[in-house]
Ligand binder design. Structure first.
Ligand code: ZN
Length: 468
């Protein structure tokens, strides 16, 4: 399909320009005023065109538990989350579809799904998510969430004695699962990328982490993991390895240009230098870091050190939405309270660049997506500046980032395919999605987790909290 978006507002270095933008064979082929009309004509009057953002970290199956889990720190929140995680591939399909739709309708053209797997149905889980992403037409990086150690080993001991716990699976089995996922589903030409995505160094043996990292070179895939999200993880690493988790990952050859690391809240200056030197990407998930009390990631320090930063929504049970614009807003203004030097604060334009180009860099795609330039893939989002939430006319990007845009996405193209038109996803039936989400869920006033109380006493002691 070919498109000409006419007289559309695009950002320039210092301001805005009004141009025509042409899309042919999946790419941007021309950007200039008054181009000869080609293909489908789109009226760009009072509309803003930006490169698509990357929702650089989420867990789609969490959608089934959004708004449900009580205010708890990550470690206890996880105990409850896993008690109720969906066990049917069909539900995985619908929540992936929902995650994709919300990402598209908040400015994203790529999603990174650190996918929680159904035990014993790992390939079926991946197949269900991949099917959803193919149908809706979003570019998807699916990273099956893999670890070989039991959950209890991810908690610091705080000096308590702990009897050894058997591993969940062997390192070889863990690596074999990642390999099978790549061989079966990795299809970049169709917009489906499998990533190698251990849950986090706190839940993986050295053998499995090193083996998983080695798959990057063998298959040319991206690496992704959680990193130092909580104070508890920071304590665990000091206790277990006598070094930071970053140094540990560096030793296992996990860091690098196509490695993206979710959270990175508890890093010190030496860690930050290591991320800069290895050109690894930090994925900033401000909403879940607040929701779970994890802390504020030192994002201004990352930027000062030259570390690439992207934005993620994180899963819908710790956010509890998939509104990328909300994550970008909070993820930029949050840092105004951490640094008195206001000249380092993140501007709306910088935030937009982090969300698009920063996201693309973390996935090794900066040569083809993340900027509005001829030759780039047409991963584009058109915002309706006549939408009430973006009026009156001031600075379009300022309005988009600092305001609260409501249903402001008019159209979305993913590699030249128009998957949203006039504010509606064109590739799937939203009514069917809505009905499926209703049919597979129920209202909960309260529910009882069995694992949470088991961990609570241990966690409170390890973290120095008063005993019950
Ligand atoms: Zn996460």
């Amino acid at each position: 399909m070919e498109f000409t978006i006419q007289s559309v507002c695009v950002p320039t270095r210092d301001g805005y320009d009004w141009v025509d933008v042409q899309i042919q064979q999946g790419r941007i082929t021309a950007i200039a005023p008054h181009l000869p009309p080609l293909g489908t004509l789109i009226n760009g009057h009072h509309k803003l065109l930006l490169p698509g953002f990357v929702n650089a970290h989420t867990h789609s199956p969490e959608m089934w538990q959004r708004g449900l889990i009580a205010p708890l720190p990550l470690e206890l929140w996880l105990a409850e989350l896993y008690d109720f995680t969906p066990l049917a591939p069909e539900k995985i399909y619908w929540s992936a579809l929902g995650t994709a739709v919300e990402t598209l309708l908040s400015g994203g053209t790529t999603v990174v799904d650190h996918l929680i797997l159904i035990p014993g149905q790992e390939m079926e889980t991946i197949a269900a998510a991949v099917r959803a992403y193919r149908e809706v037409g979003i570019r998807a990086f699916v990273g099956p969430l893999l670890h070989d150690q039991d959950f209890i080993t991810s908690l610091p001991t705080g000096g308590q004695s702990r009897s050894p716990v058997p591993n969940l699976r062997s390192a070889d089995e863990t690596i074999a699962l990642a390999k099978a996922a790549i061989e079966q589903f990795h299809d970049p030409a169709a917009g489906i990328h499998i990533m190698v995505a251990p849950t986090g160094p706190q839940l993986c043996s050295d053998e499995s982490l090193a083996g998983l990292a080695a798959l990057r070179d063998r298959y040319d895939v991206c690496l992704h993991t959680h990193l130092l999200e909580t104070r508890g993880q920071h304590l665990l690493f000091t206790e277990k390895y006598g070094c930071s988790a970053v140094a540990h990952l560096q030793r296992l050859n996990f860091l690098g240009e196509t490695t993206s690391l979710a959270h990175c809240v508890w890093l010190d200056d030496a860690d930050i230098e290591m991320l800069a030197a290895t050109r690894s990407t930090v994925v900033h998930n401000p909403l879940s870091n607040l929701r779970l009390g994890s802390g504020i990631a030192p994002v201004l320090k990352y930027r000062a050190a030259g570390v690439n930063v992207a934005f993620g929504c994180d899963g819908s049970a710790s956010n509890d939405s998939q509104d990328l614009l909300e994550a970008i807003k909070l993820g930029s203004i949050l840092h105004n309270v951490t640094d008195l030097e206001y000249r380092h604060w993140i501007t709306p334009r910088q935030a937009v660049t982090m969300a698009a180009l920063g996201g693309a860099k973390g996935l090794g795609l900066q040569a083809v997506t993340g900027t509005l330039a001829v030759g780039q893939w047409a991963d584009l989002v058109l915002y309706d500046l006549e939408n009430l939430s973006l009026l009156p006319r001031t600075d379009p990007i300022g309005q988009l980032v600092l305001g609260r845009p409501t249903q402001a996405v008019h159209s979305v193209w993913v590699q030249g395919d128009r998957v949203v038109a006039d504010g509606t996803v064109t590739t799937i039936h939203l009514d069917t999605l809505r009905a499926a989400l209703l049919d597979h869920s129920e209202w909960h006033a309260q529910r009882t987790s069995t694992t949470l109380p088991q961990f609570q006493t241990y966690y409170r002691q390890a973290m120095g909290l008063a005993a019950d």
